[in-house]
Design a protein around this ligand. Structure first.
Ligand SMILES: Cc1cc2nc3c(=O)[nH]c(=O)nc-3n(C[C@H](O)[C@H](O)[C@H](O)COP(=O)(O)OP(=O)(O)OC[C@H]3O[C@@H](n4cnc5c(N)ncnc54)[C@H](O)[C@@H]3O)c2cc1C
Length: 381
């Protein structure tokens, strides 16, 4: 067992930190307040290879593994979770669905520009009536000559407005429920494919979340992703990887909140000394550091297993569940350590706390993660 990063991995982490501090940190507050998705950042992320981290170079990617991917999302989210979730949704949901289940032709046509960051990806599983129960997909795809006609709606979709390529699930056989769902690739500009309402969110406000409306949208056969009826099972496999990235998102947010609390506790004086000298504050910091470390170990274990080609359903859910729950706790404690100032927008913890909450909801709520973990445990004994 080896808990050390290689020199290359350390170098990647350092360079992501430098990038995040230089290119993202100065704008975090403005983007959050304006709820502005920073499209201008995408080419800079692409230049660093962050838009195609986990894909081979032959498909325009950076050819890295999940361990490197985790450290990139963690470092970006330490500065701004909105950027972290954008990179995560683009890589491990949309692009990875095409990488894992697309034909060679689809990979060349759709994955290469996504992995190079020339196009932005979105992924649509959730619907107004189908959230935790994704098998309840009501969007329908009906056979027509040369393709399908899709009708329905997807909601809470990251990059629904600025995304160029969207992998979305539709039912091709409603009575079959989960076994009747098929994945399709939609492209910006297709007739009948349009963004709907943009959400006004609690946190991750610079990340774009909106619905997608599908009205008699014709999708050619060439855009069907994998065989008919396999869209649901493909999605569950995609989420096994995606949940590792939500764990990293949570981890990065917790790390950022913790660092701001440590800094502040050394600066803030009360009763004639820095508050870091009070045991009550020291115990909070000790608990926060321990929780972050435990979340990091779970997350990197899941990533290392993924790199080793192992099934990670249980480990991804454990990492996602634990990291997201502690991220909310750690960022709340960071507010407490900042006292009244933590309740204002002059200090970073309130934003970390708002951002952290998504991690207990997106890509399956904490309740759903517990159901998955329990199912995995009980089916293995
Ligand atoms: C910012 C943001 C970005 C997102 N990005 C995307 C995206 O890019 N693509 C995408 O497809 N989706 C996306 N989502 C959707 C997200 O994955 C869903 O919100 C999530 O899966 C929960 O579904 P729901 O909101 O419909 O909640 P519901 O399923 O309605 O859940 C409501 C409550 O009931 C609980 N519950 C439901 N079923 C059970 C059960 N069987 N047992 C116990 N408790 C249960 C839940 O845990 C929750 O507490 C995003 C959401 C947000 C907020």
């Amino acid at each position: 067992m080896n808990f050390d990063f290689t020199e290359d991995q350390e170098q990647i982490r350092r360079s992501v930190r430098e990038f995040a501090e230089g290119e993202i940190a100065p704008h975090v507050r403005e983007w959050d307040e304006q709820q502005k998705f920073p499209v201008e950042l995408v080419p800079k992320l692409a230049e660093q290879g962050f838009m195609g981290v986990i894909f081979p170079e032959e498909y325009g990617g950076a050819g890295m593994g999940y361990v490197e991917y985790v450290s990139i999302i963690e470092e970006l989210s330490r500065v701004d979770g909105s950027v972290g979730i954008s990179v995560a949704a683009h890589n491990s949901l949309c692009s990875n669905h095409i990488y894992m289940f697309g034909t060679e032709e689809q990979k060349q046509k759709f994955l290469v520009p996504l992995a190079r960051g020339e196009k932005l990806g979105a992924w649509g599983l959730t619907e107004p009536g189908a959230g935790s129960d994704a098998s309840g997909t009501r969007t329908t795809a009906t056979r027509r000559e040369g393709g399908w006609v899709v009708n329905g709606a997807k909601n809470f979709i990251t990059h629904a407005i600025n995304g160029d390529t969207c992998v979305a699930m539709a039912s091709t056989d409603r009575p079959m429920r989960s076994k009747g769902i098929t994945a399709f690739i939609f492209e910006k500009g297709m007739k009948g494919f349009a963004p709907g309402k943009k959400e006004d969110k609690l946190g991750l406000r610079a990340s774009e979340t909106a619905s997608i409306v599908l009205e008699d949208c014709f999708v050619p056969d060439g855009n069907q992703l994998g065989a008919e009826g396999l869209g649901f099972i493909q999605s569950m496999k995609i989420l096994d990887g995606g949940r590792i990235s939500i764990a990293d998102l949570a981890l990065g947010i917790a790390q950022g909140a913790y660092e701001s609390a440590v800094r502040y506790s050394k600066e803030r004086q009360q009763f004639g000394k820095p508050i870091s000298e009070f045991q009550a504050i020291q115990f909070k910091l000790a608990d926060m550091a321990t929780q972050i470390d435990a979340a990091r170990l779970l997350t990197y274990r899941a990533a290392a297993m993924k790199d080793a080609g192992r099934k990670t359903t249980k480990e991804s859910s454990m990492a996602k569940l634990f990291a997201s729950e502690i991220s909310v706790k750690v960022s709340e404690e960071a507010i407490q350590i900042h006292g009244g100032y933590g309740y204002t927008k002059d200090y970073p913890p309130e934003k970390y706390w708002r951002d952290s909450k998504l991690c207990t909801i997106g890509e399956g709520t904490s309740e759903i993660q517990r159901l998955i973990i329990a199912k995995q445990i009980l089916s293995s004994v």
